[in-house]
Design a protein around this ligand. Structure first.
Ligand code: IMP
Ligand code: MG
Length: 199
């Protein structure tokens, strides 16, 4: 676990500024690499136990869930495959725009498949609601949801979550696939993005 705060410097252009200044953002560790690995292993075991010997199709939501999906995939024994969808609901900011549309659909048909939607984090629930609605139009054998993080305090629409890694408070988190303005996805742990101060 990384106990020290790490400072990242974001170019002011990300903040809509034009001056040649940088802003400092701080990442406060929230969930360690070890904690994530232990929970992902548990989720994988639980999922396989619940599905029996069924063939599972993990459907990851790009880009945030890609890192979690790749670890979860290897934590599930037996027959499992994966696909990705890309959905836009956010700009470069930290608040939902409420606008949801499909940028990339599934490569293969989910008809007759046991689909397990894999999300990095459920916030308002709007993205997931849209995706579940979309899946219902296909004749899948089943649809369930697995999210690594659940920011339950921010929920706007009621969505069913079958597997959840961790509940997190109403903070903006980054790392382990999750970004702010395209940064921090490469952090191996999950941290809270704290207020940026001009330098
Ligand atoms: P929702 O539609 O509001 O539930 O938003 C879901 C998506 O927004 C997630 O899959 C993330 O990609 C993104 N998101 C929500 N909260 C955070 C956060 O704290 N950090 C990074 N991305 C987030
Ligand atoms: Mg996402």
């Amino acid at each position: 676990m990384c106990h020290n705060r790490i400072n990242f410097t974001l170019p002011s252009a990300f903040r809509g500024g034009t001056a040649m200044m940088t802003v400092q953002s701080t990442i406060k560790p929230l969930i360690s690499e070890e904690q994530i690995a232990a929970r992902v292993a548990e989720l994988g075991r639980q999922i396989r136990q619940d599905y029996g010997d069924k063939n599972i199709l993990l459907v990851g939501v790009l880009k945030g869930a890609a890192v979690f999906l790749s670890d979860l995939l290897r934590a599930i024994d037996g027959e499992v495959d994966y696909d990705f969808v890309a959905i836009s609901s956010y700009g470069n900011g930290t608040k939902s725009s409420g606008v949801v549309r499909i940028l990339k659909d599934l490569d293969e048909s989910p008809i007759g498949r046991h689909v397990l939607i894999v999300e990095d984090i459920v916030d308002s629930g709007l993205t997931l609601e849209f995706l579940l609605e979309n899946m219902r139009m296909h004749r899948t054998a089943s649809v369930r949801v697995c999210t690594l993080l659940d920011k339950v305090a921010r929920r706007v629409v009621n969505v069913p979550i079958d597997y959840r890694g961790f509940e997190v408070p109403d903070v903006f988190v980054v790392g382990y696939g999750m970004d702010y303005a395209g940064l921090y996805r490469n952090l191996p742990y999950i941290g809270i993005l704290e207020e940026e101060s001009a330098k």
